[in-house]
Design a protein around this ligand. Structure first.
Ligand code: MN
Ligand code: MN
Length: 461
């Protein structure tokens, strides 16, 4: 074999990873990333993300839908599920083709505030927290935290709380030991050194009066009452959480990346929503699902295990007299969720041939789960083939991978819950570094490639 023949044979027969790293970052990608940053800065909780999405959808002529409402072919609707999850949809010409669904989640790991959270200890006021989703507890100490959420008062009135985002706002934090006195703590393992009950938010240190018992706590209550009209009892019917304070930022001198809180999974939710809005030419029924509770197992009325999405599909089918089982059988879902990007600093947990890479383009996962593929829907090779061919014919740079080394750990997405309803589903999303930390990292090029991928899926025949 000549050298030239060998080169050709290698090129023809071997798999070569694509990369966006050396492709120039154009203005379109840069501007899309700016809009995305604006979205995540405004949408740090699922409620805030739903409000953002509803406003955009209303602006674009989508109508609020409720079960029992009239529908029409070509109609544009959204279903706001309790302000915590959302389903935007358009009715196509021929429902029997099935629906095209892109489903992302809009909840992120954080520190929820307990229902009876407020206490004073030795002249400090604290809030007790109960972490939400998978966090590495040490990462949440000694960083500025903001308080977001809703308090429902006895009369049903809601107070919207947001403290710590405006630069003039105070912030909260969880303290940690100084190294000088951390001898004993440093001997512990990462898993035991920080406990859930130890994650208490520092809330105040100024007493209301020198005569007061628990005067610091009372002072904080007075301030909360002045600002929000709430009392200590109202915490019982509140959903408050602490999230990293401040805005997302360009990362790297080349501004190729974005650091911020909650890329998982808003970095897929934003491309899902914008691709949905930019694919109105599609004559098929298209759905964009923004789900809640993925980080805690997709349970409950706003999680993807709830029947609401399928009730909605059934209702659409019944309304137009189409067989709902056939529609679901012919439907496809891209479960839009992030993947663990290969991190050269921690290479030992990844299997390089089957990892996903930052700047490697939109990432496909045939399966998630843990150990022997436990807890995954495992997309069929026929579906992978279909999506692969779609991406390739649209010039999308994509990659395929799994979480990490086989016995290293595991994870899941909403894919299996959608697939359990007889809808072909595959995981597609953006690779993330430092996933679930207060400062996650993504690549702008991957973000835009994911938008392009979702858009060509909605527009595909
Ligand atoms: Mn996720
Ligand atoms: Mn997650």
């Amino acid at each position: 074999m000549t050298k030239k023949e060998l080169e050709k044979t290698t090129k023809d027969l071997s798999f070569k990873r694509e990369s966006l790293a050396s492709k120039p970052m154009d203005e379109v990608i840069f501007n899309y990333a700016e809009d995305y940053k604006n979205f995540i800065d405004q949408s740090k909780t699922e409620r805030e993300a739903v409000i953002y999405a509803c406003e955009v959808l209303k602006d674009k002529g989508y109508k609020a839908f409720n079960f029992g409402d009239k529908l029409e072919k070509g109609g544009k609707y959204y279903f706001n599920n309790r302000f915590k999850s959302l389903c935007a949809f358009r009715i196509g010409n021929d429902l029997s083709n099935g629906v095209k669904l892109v489903g992302a989640h809009i909840d992120s790991p954080r520190l929820d505030i307990k229902q009876n959270p407020l206490y004073e200890k030795e002249n400090f006021a604290y809030l007790k927290t109960h972490y939400y989703g998978g966090i590495r507890k040490y990462q949440w100490t000694t960083i500025p935290l903001a308080l977001h959420g809703v308090v429902v008062k006895k009369d049903g009135a809601k107070a919207e709380v947001k403290i710590g985002e405006d630069l003039s706002d105070p912030v909260l934090c969880i303290t940690d030991l100084l190294p000088h006195l951390a001898q004993d703590q440093s001997q512990k393992t990462l898993a035991t050194a920080f406990t859930g009950e130890g994650l208490n938010l520092l809330l105040g240190s100024d007493s209301i009066s020198e005569d007061a018992d628990k005067g610091v706590k009372l002072n904080v209550l007075k301030l909360l009452n002045q600002k929000y009209g709430i009392t200590e009892t109202d915490f019982l019917s509140a959903e408050l959480c602490a999230v990293p304070a401040g805005k997302s930022r360009d990362l790297g001198l080349d501004r190729s990346m974005i650091s911020g809180y909650g890329h998982d999974d808003r970095v897929c939710a934003y491309p899902a929503l914008t691709a949905f809005l930019d694919s109105e030419k599609s004559t098929d029924t298209c759905i964009c699902l923004l789900a809640d509770k993925e980080e805690t197992g997709s349970d409950g009325v706003t999680g993807s295990q709830c029947s609401i999405l399928y009730d909605l599909i059934d209702e659409i089918c019944e309304y137009f007299g189409v067989n709902k089982n056939k529609v679901k059988m012919n439907s496809t879902c891209l479960s839009a969720d992030v993947t663990a990007a290969y991190d050269p600093l921690y290479s030992e947990v990844y299997e390089k041939n089957n990892a996903t890479y930052l700047n490697g383009g939109v990432a496909l996962c045939k399966y998630t789960g843990s150990r022997g593929k436990g807890g995954t829907s495992d997309a069929s090779c026929e579906l992978v083939g279909k999506v692969r061919s779609l991406f390739e014919s649209n010039g999308i740079v994509w990659q395929m991978g799994e979480l990490g080394k086989v016995d290293q750990g595991g994870g899941g997405t909403i894919a299996k819950y959608v697939a359990n309803h007889n809808i072909d589903t595959i995981d597609v999303g953006v690779p993330v570094l430092s996933m679930h930390s207060p400062l996650e990292v993504i690549s702008k090029k991957d973000l835009y490639e994911t938008y392009k991928a979702f858009k060509c899926f909605y527009l595909s025949k």
